[in-house]
Design a protein around this ligand. Sequence first.
Ligand SMILES: Nc1ncnc2c1ncn2[C@@H]1O[C@H](COP(=O)(O)OP(=O)(O)OP(=O)(O)O)[C@@H](O)[C@H]1O
Ligand SMILES: [Mg+2]
Length: 212
Amino acid sequence: MIIALGGTSKGGVGKTTAAASLAHLLKAKLVENDIRGQLKCIENFREHSELEKLDVEYPKNKTDLIKVLEKSTKDNCIVIDCGGYDSELIRIALAASDLVIAPCKNSTLEQSSLIEFHSVIADVSVNVKRKIDVHILRNRIHPSTTNFEDFEYISTEFKYFKLLNTVIRQRVDFEKAMEKGASVTELKKYKHSRSAKEIKALVTEIKSLIKL
Ligand SMILES: Nc1ncnc2c1ncn2[C@@H]1O[C@H](COP(=O)(O)OP(=O)(O)OP(=O)(O)O)[C@@H](O)[C@H]1O
Ligand SMILES: [Mg+2]
């Protein structure tokens, strides 16, 4: 089972945060696939805390990445944090994935970046002769926003896009937890918070999509 977080070329949409949160709840291995990635930094934050050591791999090249991905099985889930750019390593990860999730904020700039990604996924799909859907995750959404016509439009107009039901709001918990290198579901303080509930809802939705 391979889940890739990727998508837009804008930074800070929440790929790494979502990847780390999913890896924690799915007991998955994390794979760094971003040349400017921050998983090392997250590992360092955790080093002097009581948090469990992260299970992370840092493949340096195509051969390394393929070797890591080949180790995945139904019971050995892998979550890949892909950078927000186009590269051969990113395309390999997308091609190998059972599920691609693209977090996106509700801003026109973010959404146009996401649309650029549509041509990448279209290319990869054609190359592997398999339609790879990109599941858009509404992330960092203002707590009072209820109108999602923009997201609904994108996900119906673009063949490779689908919209996840889960909506993750802009919540300071995510930033505070990340300052400790943690996801919200790992810390007692946030265990019953709305942020943790949103991440759990995402996991439930993912599990039903890939029948985990
Ligand atoms: N739902 C959220 N609410 C509030 N803050 C969030 C949320 N999701 C992520 N963040 C915060 O936004 C910042 C950027 O998130 P993150 O590093 O996960 O984005 P990214 O897409 O991986 O960025 P990059 O492209 O630079 O790798 C972090 O400080 C993170 O804690
Ligand atoms: Mg990142």
